[in-house]
Design a protein around this ligand. Structure first.
Ligand code: DAH
Length: 336
């Protein structure tokens, strides 16, 4: 039994138990554990030197009892800490507050989706300004000087010559002034009109403008691009149709319909039983608009469209009232 030489193991165990049971904090307990059970402790060294069964049983017995004592003291210290916290009025057993994860607003999701579709077709995403001159917002787009949409009752004026843009179409003007054609861009953003809020109107709303300027652009290019766009947005089975319309800055002007993506064209409440859903205005850029930005309409042609982003979101998700987008009720927005 020479591996046991020189140590009084009964005294060792008692001294160790006293240190463990008397530890008043986790760090005191850890010190005691290192001292009496750690790799460099007398016990560990003696265990490594053990050659006979009897010594092994003795030393392993001490180790097992000391380890159990450490564990028990650990629980004691924890319980004391819990009780102290409870006494101070904190109930440490109450589950914590769940951490809410934020998400993108539905309109932001759709705007980004639209940007991705057009980036995929080689378009530039244009970041237009929400403040426009009356020239950019109306005159350069050849809108009639006496048109009621210019009045103070329809448009937010910042001063006589400056407005909050009433549509994204002034971005066409700025883009053609700043870029040399060919130009292929989409410009999504906020627009402002003095409308009273209701289920389908809001004084602040989002549009996405598209402008393509190149040589030899035809209405067929417009139709193909819009078809691609709607198929990416609403599914590959969609068809589009153009109806004639009027806008001052396009000639000819059209409005686009897409086959209803709820009923597939058979007729339902969303498409008012027509099988078609109206998506918005478009057309072939009027030569006068080119002249207003010093482009020669004999050389350059183009198409443009402007669609409402809220309308796209409402149709796609069957939402009846666009005020839901602005009320910021997380029970609604959290569903998308
Ligand atoms: N700016 C028009 C509006 O707000 C929509 C529009 C119509 C945009 C025809 C266009 C277009 O680019 O070509 O009602």
């Amino acid at each position: 039994m020479d591996s046991l030489a020189a140590v009084d193991w009964t005294a060792y165990e008692q001294e160790a138990l006293k240190a463990i049971e008397g530890a008043l904090s986790e760090s005191e307990l850890d010190d005691a554990r290192v001292k009496y059970l750690g790799r460099k402790s007398e016990l560990a060294q003696a265990l490594r030197a053990v050659r006979d069964r009897e010594s092994g049983m003795l030393l392993n017995g001490i180790r097992a009892r000391l380890e159990a004592a450490v564990l028990a003291r650990e629980h004691d210290l924890l319980r004391v800490a819990y009780e102290a916290a409870a006494d101070s009025g904190v109930d440490v057993t109450i589950p914590g507050h769940p951490v809410r994860r934020g998400r993108l607003h539905l309109l932001t999701q759709i705007r980004r989706e639209i940007e991705d579709i057009f980036l995929g077709m080689g378009y530039e995403v244009w970041d237009g300004a929400e403040v426009a001159t009356t020239w950019e917002n109306f005159d350069a787009l050849t809108s009639d000087p006496g048109h009621p949409s210019r009045s103070q009752f329809d448009t937010f004026y910042l001063d006589d010559d400056t407005v909050l843009r009433t549509h994204t179409s002034p971005d066409q003007i700025r883009a053609m002034q700043q870029r040399t054609p060919p130009v292929y861009l989409v410009s999504p953003g906020r627009c402002y009109r003095r409308d009273t809020p209701d289920a389908t109107h809001s004084p602040i709303f989002l549009q996405v403008e598209c402008l393509a300027v190149d040589r030899g652009i035809t209405l067929a290019d417009l139709q193909g691009t819009v078809l691609q766009f709607f198929r990416a947005l609403f599914g590959q089975e969609r068809e589009v149709r153009m109806r004639t319309s009027f806008f001052p800055f396009t000639e000819p002007s059209v409005e686009f319909d897409v086959t209803c993506f709820i009923c597939g064209g058979r007729g339902c409440g969303t498409c008012k039983h027509s099988g078609w859903i109206e998506m918005g205005g478009a057309g072939w850029v009027d030569p006068d608009v080119f002249r207003n930005v010093d482009l020669d309409p004999a050389e350059w042609q183009g198409f443009a469209f402007g669609f409402g982003i809220e309308r796209i979101a409402m149709l796609r998700h069957g939402l009846p009232d666009l005020r839901a987008f602005w009320e910021n009720d997380l029970r609604v927005l959290g569903q998308f």
